[in-house]
Design a protein around this ligand. Structure first.
Ligand code: HEC
Length: 195
């Protein structure tokens, strides 16, 4: 993967040089950014390239070593990742948008951190005796506790992006897993199945 770096740098410079040829580009020294320390194999290749490029361009190409730059920044995978929002095609079900996340998914992602093992005496998922008294209070107060936080539980289980409806769905899912029979609030329009 490391070997790609100078090639990408070359490609980038070649594009600039070609696009601006009419204005006799380059008019100044060029910098070639090498995200590896001087003396390494990538640096060596970059320096050979820089010298070779300098002649036809009529400018000095200066190799700039920046090992602190993310060394993987120029791998094809990372580049693909960066341009993904523009070019990506999602296959299969996309992750639910904030506001449309289901109770089970939220519980697994957020609430289970404490409620799975009963951290700090959190009522355990699926444990009827742990939940019996809580369930006895009814859904609304439980949702209020989950939204505001209670004891060792931070507000919204620590995930501030959860909407009230999502917290409610998570509470319903957990309580029902321990014997309650609460009804999930209606899903927002975005989640409705279209034919
Ligand atoms: C950092 C740990 C932690 C996380 C994360 C967490 N909880 Fe809790 N939860 C607790 C603890 C501890 C209690 C018991 C609080 C008490 O009674 O003092 C609790 C209690 C509850 C109760 C019962 C409240 C009541 O008034 O009886 C509900 C409902 C609940 N949590 C829902 C959730 C939901 C939903 C999530 C995820 C969005 C979540 N929790 C995430 C620690 C956590």
């Amino acid at each position: 993967m490391k070997r790609y770096t100078p090639l990408f740098a070359l490609a980038a410079l070649a594009v600039f040089a070609g696009g601006a040829a009419a204005q006799q580009y380059p008019t100044r020294n060029l910098n070639m950014l090498v995200p590896y320390a001087a003396g390494g194999p990538t640096d060596t290749v970059a320096r050979v390239l820089a010298q070779a490029m300098g002649k036809p361009l009529g400018q000095t190409v200066i190799v700039e070593n920046r090992p602190s730059a993310d060394p993987l920044a120029m791998t094809p995978e990372r580049i693909a990742e960066r341009i993904k929002p523009v070019s990506g095609i999602e296959m299969g079900a996309p992750p639910a948008a904030p506001g449309a996340r289901g109770g089970e998914a939220i519980v697994k992602a957020t609430c289970a951190a404490c409620h799975q093992a009963g951290v700090a005496k959190a009522p355990k998922i699926g444990d009827k005796s742990d939940w019996a008294t809580h369930i006895g209070h009814g859904l609304a107060p439980l949702v209020q506790s989950a939204i505001k936080g209670k004891g060792a539980m931070p507000p919204r289980g620590g995930d501030a992006t959860l909407t009230d409806a999502e917290v409610t769905r998570a509470v319903v899912f957990m309580a029902n897993s321990a014997g309650a029979n609460f009804k999930e609030p209606a899903a927002p329009a975005a989640k409705k199945k279209s034919k």
